[in-house]
Design a protein around this ligand. Structure first.
Ligand code: GTP
Ligand code: MG
Length: 479
């Protein structure tokens, strides 16, 4: 809601338990991993001009959008993925308290982890023993432990670890070109840079940056007391209705441009669709609650089972986890599919969650997506055939205006010798990936009896999901 300041916080999913282990991050801090996070945040700032301030540490980053933002009309080996939440800061004081809270958390976590890994690496303790030692230790006790046992002055450790990183744009003088006599021509440009400070929520740091004061306002007081419950009360939570089918639909951002830059075949690029399907498959393998998914063009719909309790049905968490996982797999698998083509810039996807209260309405939704696939594909096949035959895009568009499905099929057959119904099923019907239960019966040796084992398998088909016969053939999908 305007005029709230919007903060979007993203937080690595399974980073502690899996991602950092699989990739052997250094403990307690991996400088390279943190620098990678900072570079990502820098790219996010460059991509989205509405972000005026950001702060990150460990596996999390908070992005502050300017007050006047209309961004999306304010709607709300192991691939990395992130969970997001949105905080609606009703006043600048809330934002100040929020930043103080995150930086305090950065400090506590870092101090705790520094102690923990010193005890493990140099103190010869097991992780559980170290956790036990630190259980009731206060801030001061931890500093003393580091100092006395390991000769470490906590305040000497890297500011990157202790304070986290802020990124925002300031006006800098840039050389745009040189005159013929060699003198530089300078111009003011807004450029994102990293900043660090002991207290990013303090007046001294904040008010010293004119751009922050101009975009967000100045801090009139310092913020000493932090009440996390107060800040949490501003977290925007949208819980999806219980006992309904949740559909998460993700869609490529500006894929018109993305497919041009990467020279995808028109109207359909089999490899691009294969890549989308690999990502869809990986999502089903990662998120057990997804029972069915349907993909076409640059979009994918994922259906979660009715009683799913994934992230307590919080929309922003479910959407962000699936979208970020999908995007990561897309980047990781790119070379598997496009061996001779480089990925020129990172793809991104948006996502939304919709609840469908009954199975009939869910099937209507899926039928709508498949009808859309058919209509678009038939139109695009005609359009690109006309363009490839020498017509301009405008002429092709006018030629097709008002034509019915039958006329389009006739045009394809008569003018281009294409029988629409023989085109690949993947293009005409989209791709469905789903979980089915399969019963395996095996005979026991030396015994006449048999055992039945139920296995769950993930299947991909290019099938007609509008007809009920499909759902009758696989009743276990929507069980
Ligand atoms: P937003 O989703 O609003 O960000 O815009 P968008 O450019 O992604 O357009 P939209 O999602 O409405 O449509 C998807 C676009 O992706 C199509 O219009 C195509 O330009 C492109 N696209 C998707 N699949 C293919 C493909 O197989 N080949 C080619 N050439 N383009 C494709
Ligand atoms: Mg798109």
């Amino acid at each position: 809601m305007p005029p709230n300041l919007i903060v979007v916080r993203i937080d690595g999913r399974n980073f502690c338990s899996k991602f950092s282990e699989v990739h052997e991050f250094e403990k307690p801090n991996d400088e390279k991993a943190l620098n990678l996070m900072n570079q990502c945040a820098m790219a996010v700032l460059e991509e989205y001009p509405d972000i005026v301030f950001s702060y990150g540490y460990s596996d999390e980053y908070s992005f502050v959008l300017k007050k006047t933002s209309k961004f999306y009309q304010r709607r709300s080996r192991y691939p990395p993925s992130f969970l997001s939440c949105i905080v609606c800061c009703a006043s600048l004081e809330v934002l100040q308290a929020y930043l103080a809270w995150r930086q305090r958390d950065c400090h506590f976590q870092n101090q705790y982890n520094t102690c923990l890994w010193e005890l493990v690496k140099k103190g010869g303790k097991s992780k559980i023993e170290a956790q036990e030692i630190l259980k009731d230790a206060r801030e001061q006790d931890r500093n003393e432990l580091l100092h006395q046992q390991f000769g470490i002055n906590y305040n000497d450790s890297l500011a990157l670890f202790r304070q986290g990183t802020c990124i925002f744009k300031t006006e800098v003088e840039d050389i745009v070109k040189y005159n013929e006599d060699g003198t530089p021509v300078k111009r003011l440009r807004r450029k994102a840079s990293t900043f660090r400070a002991e207290n990013i929520a303090g007046r001294r740091f904040w008010n010293a940056h004119a751009c922050l004061v101009k975009e967000l306002g100045n801090f009139s007081k310092d913020c000493f007391k932090i009440n996390p419950d107060y800040i949490r009360s501003f977290v925007f939570e949208s819980k999806l209705m219980p006992s309904t089918w949740i559909v998460i639909r993700i869609d490529g951002c500006h894929f018109h441009r993305f497919s041009d830059v990467h020279e995808f075949n028109k109207p359909n690029d089999k490899q691009a669709l294969d890549l989308m399907n690999l990502c869809g498959l990986a999502v089903l393998e990662e998120f057990q609650d997804i029972v069915f998914s349907y993909g076409v063009s640059d979009e994918y719909s994922f259906v979660l089972k009715k009683d799913s309790q994934l992230y307590q049905r919080q929309a922003s968490k479910i959407v962000s986890a699936i979208v970020s996982f999908f995007s990561s797999v897309y980047v990781m698998k790119w070379k598997e599919i496009f061996q001779n083509k480089d990925l020129k810039y990172p793809p991104s996807f948006d996502g939304r969650a919709v609840c469908y209260p009954s199975t009939d309405i869910l099937l209507d939704y899926l039928a709508w997506r498949q009808v859309d696939c058919h209509i678009n594909n038939q139109y695009n096949t005609c359009f690109w055939s006309l363009v490839k035959s020498g017509k301009s895009k405008n002429e092709a568009q006018n030629h097709l205006k008002g034509t019915q499905a039958r006329e389009k099929n006739e045009l394809l057959l008569k003018e281009f010798g294409i029988d629409y119904n023989t085109l690949p099923l993947m293009f005409r019907q989209g791709s469905s990936i789903f979980r089915v239960k399969i019963e395996n019966t095996s005979m026991l040796e030396n015994d006449a009896s048999s055992i039945v084992k139920t296995e769950t398998k993930i299947i991909m088909e290019y099938c007609n999901i509008i007809e009920l016969s499909f759902w009758e053939a696989y009743p276990s999908i929507l069980d």
